[in-house]
Design a binder for this molecule. Sequence first.
Ligand code: PEP
Ligand code: MG
Length: 587
Amino acid sequence: MTFAIHGLAVAPGIAIGRAVIAVSSRMEVVHYFIEPHQIGDEIKRARRARDTVVDELKRMQEEMPADVPHELAALLDVHLMLLQDELLENGVKRWISDRLYNAEWALTTQLELITRQFDEMEDEYLRERKADLEQVAERILRYMRGVASPVAPPSSPRRAQPVLAGMSEDFAEDPLVLVASDLSPADMLQFKNSVFAGFVTDVGGKTSHTAIVARSMDIPAVVGARSASQLVRQDDWVVIDGDAGVVIVNPSSIILEEYGFRQRQVSLERERLSRLRHTPAVTLDGQSIRLLANIERPGDCEAAMRGGAAGVGLFRTEFLFMGRAGKMPDEDEQYASYLEALDGMKGAPVTIRTIDIGADKPLDKGHREQSVLNPALGLRSIRWSLADASMFRTQLRAILRAARHGPVHLLFPMLSGVGEIRQTLAQLDLARAELDTRGVAYGTLKIGAMIEVPAAALMVRSFLKHLDYVSIGTNDLVQYTLAIDRADEAVAHLYDPMHPAVLRLIADVIAAANEAGKEVSVCGETAGDVTMTRLLLGLGLRCFSMHPAQILAVKQEILRADAAKLTEWAQTVLDSDDPQSLCAAAA
Ligand code: PEP
Ligand code: MG
């Protein structure tokens, strides 16, 4: 039966494929692809975990006091039986060998499949055994957690023949789309360059980091789709409409045809835009605009160069630290990554932002579980760095060393006061002194701050006295100005980058930087939003940093714009209570 699920449109385009469900009801696990040569070891890892739990339960049985209630002893029997059931073991084996899922993912996928069968059972007693099955699976997962070791997904598409019961058709060549309850940014990174043609998640807001990574991957995505991961079944056909924020499950042939047509139109439009790659970004009245790229990994520089970026305006280095079970990359490893980015940009400047961890960007799952009540207001970003000065200086030393080899702009996130700037710069001085002591050479760099807290926007004139440049992080600036959690789909409708209060802060920061003769850019999602381009130009912005895939569309807007004429119009938008309608009318 065809049905539609509505969510938030976060990455444009149309994806059509079979669903891969990357979640089990209650259990949060790591998801990644293994390499084909790891199949045997991964199956062994799953079996070892299962066997350990079997041994544990058997020991419990043996040591059980004689007066223990009969029901409890019987329950242990049931658990042992379920653990050793062929359906579970063979299913897990198949997901590992056919789909190259890691053991945890294979286990939760098989569990999902079996529990659905339990749900359909008439017999109440058997139906209730579903909870037992979940309990034994949780035991296995708990054991595996200690031995899990994520590996990068294969970079080239791979498919294998699924042989699970009920999956008899040959769909080896079908594209796949990922449907998950939630995906951490680290999960998303592991899926980067993998096989998925699109993403759907139950949770998340438009500027949640999961959405941002999806956009950076340039594949259609819908987040905040509530119970999509429950409603869609493994291998269902799914259309993801990343423009409208709609997911269509089991589409009819007419719907498929329509979306196939739209898919072709999107690729034609992309082809047309690609002709602008070498065209300088200059407005009709001759204003030259710098278009930079946001990257998460040094490897993203390739896409940045392809998109015609004049440099990297934001390297979110926290992605180098994620999903490593708390083991930080050391100075040399970081240095190598920064050098790789500089090399990748072939002499163009690279803006390296120091680690911005916390809130919806946990270091790993454990870190998120420990998170506090209001993580977005807690020990995140620069606060986290200043609280762990030795970790922070390791990063600063690596960046300073890299700066010898190319133009590096150092960027500090989430500063909220001049005192914090002083502390941060003191750490930078210390990092230099440490390199001096070791006799290690380093380079000069430009120093900038993100303006993403209203306090920083209001104090920008004082900030600028200590800095070479500022970059406006609109994702957080909107979140903190409007008190809207950017990752919470329940308040996503209130998240408004065109709110007059936000626009006033943005306008003032741009004006202050321009008056001080210092560079100002926007590196939040609004920089890549073509509906905002003319307004930002009118407010005096001359430097935009965005996902590489958005650069050409923004460039097209710039080529059609007359910046001088937009200045006056931007002031009327700024004075209006309803900027949204004025912008829509002028579009
Ligand atoms: C921002 O807040 O706008 C920004 C660019 O930083 P991040 O999205 O990584 O928090
Ligand atoms: Mg931010």
